[in-house]
Design a protein around this ligand. Structure first.
Ligand code: C2G
Length: 131
């Protein structure tokens, strides 16, 4: 069984998130998502609209997602990969190169981001009535 993992905040779930999860799952048989906790989002300089519990519930409702675990730190990835015997680590290519150090533990794949959609863009468009 090929096990895949990816990480993120996945706030205001949108097409870009779903397409990332779909492509990540297609790379194996099992997809784990490391979901940024509200506390870790502070470290990342992000404030999610939905709580961790709600973002977790939403992700668990997606057919491509097999498991959701908390992402509490930048450093946990190697331990998650080791503990869960992950074969493939996937991120959108806005992270291109940033996690290459994990190549000693598993395959690293950066997937092209989906154009013209982001949580930030959704918030901005709603704020200025652009929709
Ligand atoms: N994504 C995408 N296309 C978009 C928007 C996002 O492919 N239009 C991808 C991102 O590249 C990322 C995933 O969807 O792989 C989740 O996006 P975010 O929730 O913004 O993740 P981020 O805050 O970048 O957290 O340790 C890693 C971090 O937790 C990543």
């Amino acid at each position: 069984m090929i096990k895949v993992i990816t990480y993120g905040t996945f706030d205001l779930l949108h097409l870009g998130h779903i397409r990332l999860l779909e492509r990540a799952k297609a790379l194996g048989d099992h997809l784990t998502v490391g979901l940024s906790t509200d506390e870790f989002n502070e470290v990342k300089g992000k404030k999610a609209y939905h709580s961790y519990e709600d973002r977790k519930y939403l992700l668990e409702s997606i057919k491509y997602v097999d498991e959701v675990i908390p992402e509490n730190s930048w450093e946990q990835k190697q331990f998650d990969i080791d503990l869960k015997k992950i074969n493939v680590f996937v991120m959108g290519d806005d992270w291109e190169g940033k996690f290459d150090d994990l190549a000693k533990y598993c395959k690293i794949i950066y997937l092209p981001r989906t154009e013209d959609v982001s949580t930030t863009k959704i918030k901005e468009d709603l704020k200025y009535g652009i929709y």
